[in-house]
Design a protein around this ligand. Sequence first.
Ligand SMILES: Cc1cc2nc3c(=O)[nH]c(=O)nc-3n(C[C@H](O)[C@H](O)[C@H](O)COP(=O)(O)OP(=O)(O)OC[C@H]3O[C@@H](n4cnc5c(N)ncnc54)[C@H](O)[C@@H]3O)c2cc1C
Length: 710
Amino acid sequence: MAAKAEGLAVVVGAGMAGLFAARVLLETHTEVVVVERDELPDGPEPRKRVPQGRHVHGLLARGQLAFDALFPGIADEFGEHGCALGDVTGDVRWVFDGARMRQAESDLRVVSASRPMLEWRVRERVRALPGVRFLLGHDLVRPLFTGGAVTGVELSGPDGVVQTLDTALVVDATGRGSRAPVWLAENGYGRVQEETAKIGIGYTTRHYRVPDEAMGGDLSLHIVATPGTPRGAVAAKVDGGRVVVTAYGMNGDHPPTDEEGFLAYLASLSAPDVHRAVLAGEPVDELVTYRFPANLRRRYERLPAFPAGLLVVGDAVCSFNPTYAQGMTVAAIEAQVLAEQLARGPVDARAFFAAVAEQAVDGPWEMALSTDAARSGAVATDEATAAVLAGACEHPEVAVAYARVVSLVDPPSALGAPAVRDLLTPRRVTTGGLTFDVQVSGPEDGTPVVLLHGWPHNYRSWTDVLPALHRAGLRTIAPNQRGYSPGARPDAVEDYRLPLLAGDVLGIMDELGVASAHVVGHDWGAIVAWHLAAKHADRVRTLTATAFPHLDAYQSAYRDDAEQQAASEYVHVLQDPATAEAWLADDAAQLRGLLALHDNALTPQQQARYLDFHTQPGVFAAALKWYRAGTLLDGRSDLGQITIPTTFIWSTDDASVSTAAAERTADYVKAPYRVVELGDGASHWQPQQFPDLVAAEVLALVGADAPVQP
Ligand SMILES: Cc1cc2nc3c(=O)[nH]c(=O)nc-3n(C[C@H](O)[C@H](O)[C@H](O)COP(=O)(O)OP(=O)(O)OC[C@H]3O[C@@H](n4cnc5c(N)ncnc54)[C@H](O)[C@@H]3O)c2cc1C
């Protein structure tokens, strides 16, 4: 470490912001005195002057990274003190308007600790640094100025005795009630602009002992307030084997402080998760409340002049709607800003406040105000935000991107990046006079993989397969095929013959500039994929077919195998022109039944999405034309040999595929061939039920192939 160039610095306030500031000042100052009016406990106990400490205090991932940078190894230390550690998205359940966000691994750590524990461990780390001294029970009366610079502070001790400390640097970390604006005005520096945005938040909090099963294995449950339900709650495992439960509401809609009312409030939320956890638990303390009237920002960076040697940090600069859990993280980022400035020499206050605004406060402030405005109904939620939230409940990759933004790790612009946008918005690709919705995603320069869905699904078959493919650097192209895309829905049944369906895929590849691709197909998509592999081997590098065998093998089994003949009976039902209407009757009762088959192999969310899709006008009838065109059972299939590396995944319990058809498929592949047989409990819907397995098989096959230029 370089020699310390400066003498004594004074930090006022031993909250999180003051402790962070003290830590970085000790890099450049021989002595740092932390002045605090409160008495500080020797353990993770709440204290009088930080009443918010009794309420849930989420540490955002960006804050956790900053904590670890300021105090290396502190996250592990929290773990050693009984705090819960996990993954920000993998181990945290977020629920928006009743819909759960996907819980994918993000590689960002979450430390779930009580505020007193966070403060105590940080305080102990600071206390252990050479050169620091805590002056407790002392109140800052005012800083002393001479000739445009700070020269000291006037303090009042526990017995009312006033003393002064000489110093050239004072950091005001006294929180939201800071008097810095008054001192500045009194000393001729003018009025600091204050911006406020009313939110009228009320918190009610209580700690419980909750059995792990009632938390569903998650570290914390967040029922997020939304414009639809502008009240929410958090239940988070914290130190001491407790779960902290905080309910909150905006604009005066505050959670009650009696037990019955509190439980009723939890029961009124958009999802029952927190309420259920609480009912399974035992309270360990009393209900406490907190009222937070408004977001408050003081614009020190806009003052035309500023005394040398006075800095302001933490809530004293900006305090945000606490439900976004930004305060401690912003304070930690401000400390990092201070460290950067100190490394350059004596801090210029104006440069410091400009950097604090830009690097620490602007982004979170903007996010807090815009989200508040939408939640309170003052402005409509913009479509892009709504799409991201819906996308986060569907796509693991969008969930991680969203969590990174609200955790202040990435800027909001990351949600407009192609990796997110491409998943949320399909492209329109026109070929042969038809326009297809095609989900094109993954690295732009990645090796292309075409994924063809089955019936009665759509390109969402691949949602959970995609992340692993994208991580491996593959570009995925998943069309809604003929009949499924509104712009590609011809009337005539004969327009759904197999060569035309395969031609669509070639046309889409042409339009996207893809000469050849790895092809993956499921169910009917597998039939198209077998066709492409057999008839257009120059365009297909490898084939992964799931659920459906080679069509020639299928028809051969249908001719002479009783099991296959029985297994194909359903096809006649689907070929009946009356089926579409019948299956959509009674609120789509039969279609619902189909989607719930295989013991609900599809999740309720997947079933709901496919139901929503197939009940849109014209979709289901068009999709059934694939059957009505006769391809499956016409006995005329003549695809012939497959000469490219192939993997066939099928489920031995699949009621629509016989063992004979599956086994005979090997006779039609004259290239490296692998069969993956899934046993008990495996349904016909492998991409949704076993996405990791399907992705691993695709990757194994693709890995065996030389990279393809898009
Ligand atoms: C209900 C609630 C929930 C919150 N939840 C979260 C969350 O989930 N995540 C998150 O990151 N943030 C949260 N916050 C914000 C967070 O608590 C603060 O942003 C963060 O602690 C930084 O505060 P601070 O250190 O600037 O001020 P404070 O925590 O207010 O500390 C100020 C300190 O200064 C001392 N002091 C004040 N005046 C004087 C004086 N004249 N002389 C001497 N000492 C003085 C006080 O005693 C106190 O110790 C929440 C806030 C509230 C209100």
